[in-house]
Design a protein around this ligand. Structure first.
Ligand code: PLP
Length: 490
């Protein structure tokens, strides 16, 4: 057996062991950073070429990490990955290539192009194009860049300096990647106009029109509106049909950020409910690595009514050393229209996941997540210690522990940290109307009604403990987990 095979076998043994345990408690063996730093023995010298030492670090990685596939990991919009995409990632590592050109990655390019066609069809973008990007943050930016560079102002060539001021519009609750895009693209974060939302968290279209009119009156260009399909904290879906009517009037680029909630596209019923007339917008992105469970990172950006926008807006510089025109004129070298040069092979995991589960499998999964979060909402309502902070409109549940007296924010923070430090679960915290909430989202096939009941039981029992020990509201008290974790863990 070659050395490489031996190493793989050794790794697979460890992974097998990890896989057996990865869904069982505890969620992690928690150590505060200083302590973990010691345990990791970071200062052992580099350059020893010693496999035993290396495997020591591999074991530490597995041992002290968070088991993200566990049903107690409810912190993020993603969690442990689908088995087909785990296989894909192993293959990607073993075969190491760049998905920028047909020459270096023929199979990957064809898988990716197949997925782009499939997803365009699903979105109902009949004459479209697309690319897999490094996540919805960058997809949002590329969409905004296309909108900017298609303006008659020739901004790609001449830059922004001679141009009238450009304005983009998003929900006040939109993802922060929109602010980053406005920054990076030279729009200016101050010219990203944040539109207020209604009690369900959805953009108020009347206010959008008022804001657009103001910009036009003052001589600016309203070039981009970014709607969110499933806001990150509340899960609100902005109303596409009403904004389509505004687009007819003001002629902006209409993008939909479906990083999280765009997965509803897999279910005809939920798509109609949450994203009606999606097929008419200019661009749409969603993450395969969130609700759909592909391994990180896996995203697709789709553009409508255009087969050359990406090239027009993005391609630049002399790439002749790398990319070839194909004989049949089809663009095969996806690298020429992506932000970076070398591209990770993300198409393989999307392709394998898609072929394995299909639209029907993913559609059922998304519908099941909606049923589960509905059930979680009922649990909150029937638990006297807990309260909903915002109405649940889709896949997100924002709630908190009611505090009899004292500071609800500090209390809920401590509650959530205690749950985490004991390795019993991890939920997100966020703000809704300046109130700190615990945000529950389900993106994990391991979650069931039972695991949700267990989660709420644990939250309530820790909450009661905190109330009894009189720790509500104090930021700096001792951690009730008794694990010697003081204020530093808060
Ligand atoms: C997660 C999220 C993003 C960012 O997606 P990445 O793939 O992590 O870059 C953007 N928008 C929304 C609404 C999100 O929930």
């Amino acid at each position: 057996m070659s050395e490489e095979n031996e190493l793989l076998r050794r790794l697979f043994d460890l992974l097998e062991e990890y896989s057996r345990e990865r869904n069982s408690p505890p969620l992690l063996e928690y150590h505060p950073p200083a302590e973990l730093q010691e345990l990791l023995e970071l200062d052992r010298p580099a350059g020893q070429q010693d496999w035993d030492l290396l495997f020591d670090w591999i074991e530490k990685y597995l041992r002290y990490g968070v088991k993200t596939s566990s049903p107690a990991f409810l912190n993020r919009l993603w969690s442990g990955a689908n088995p087909p995409s785990i296989l894909a990632e192993m293959m990607v590592a073993a075969t190491n290539t760049s998905a920028d050109s047909y020459e270096s990655a023929p199979v990957s390019i064809l898988y990716e192009k197949h997925m782009i066609r499939e997803m365009l069809r699903l979105a109902g973008f009949t004459h479209g194009e697309g690319q897999m990007t490094t996540g919805s943050s960058n997809a949002n930016m590329v969409a905004m860049m296309c909108a900017r560079n298609l303006l008659p102002e020739r901004i790609k060539e001449d830059g922004l300096s001679g141009s009238r001021k450009l304005y983009a519009f998003v929900n006040k609750d939109a993802h922060y990647s929109m602010d980053k895009a406005a920054n990076i693209l030279g729009i200016g974060t101050g010219n990203l106009v944040k539109i207020p939302f209604n009690e369900r968290g959805e953009m108020r279209v009347g206010e959008l029109e008022t804001a657009i009119r103001k910009v036009v009156r003052e001589g600016g260009i309203p070039f981009f509106v970014g709607l969110t399909a499933g806001t990150t904290v509340r899960g609100a879906y902005d109303p596409i049909p009403e904004v389509l009517s505004l687009r007819d009037k003001y002629n902006f680029w209409l993008h939909v950020d479906g990083a999280w909630g765009g997965a509803a596209i897999m279910s005809d019923r939920l798509r109609e409910k949450f994203m009606p007339r999606l097929n008419e917008v200019d661009s749409f992105t969603f993450d395969f690595h969130k609700m759909l469970g592909s391994a990180l990172i896996c995203n697709i950006l789709l553009l409508n009514n255009s087969t050359h926008t990406l090239g027009t807006a993005l391609a630049a510089g002399d790439t002749s050393y790398l990319f070839r025109d194909s004989d049949d004129n089809e663009v095969l070298d996806l690298g020429s229209v992506s932000l970076q040069c070398a591209r990770r092979v993300d198409g393989l995991k999307m392709f394998l996941d898609w072929k394995f589960y299909g639209k029907e499998g993913f559609g059922k999964r998304v519908e099941h997540y909606l049923d589960l979060i509905t059930y979680a909402g009922e649990l909150v309502r029937s638990t006297p210690e807990l309260e909903l902070v915002a109405p649940r409109t889709s896949f997100n549940l924002c709630f908190r522990y009611k505090v009899p007296e004292g500071n609800a924010e500090a209390f809920n923070r401590r509650l959530r940290n205690a749950l985490y430090h004991r390795g019993q679960g991890l939920v997100a915290i966020a703000y809704v109307e300046k109130k700190l909430v615990l945000r529950l989202v389900i993106s994990n096939t391991q979650v069931t009604r039972e695991t949700l009941e267990e989660l709420f039981d644990r939250l309530v029992s820790i909450g009661r403990e905190l109330v009894e020990t009189g720790l509500q509201g104090t930021e700096g008290g001792m951690d009730p987990s008794g694990e010697g974790c003081g204020p530093a863990c808060g």
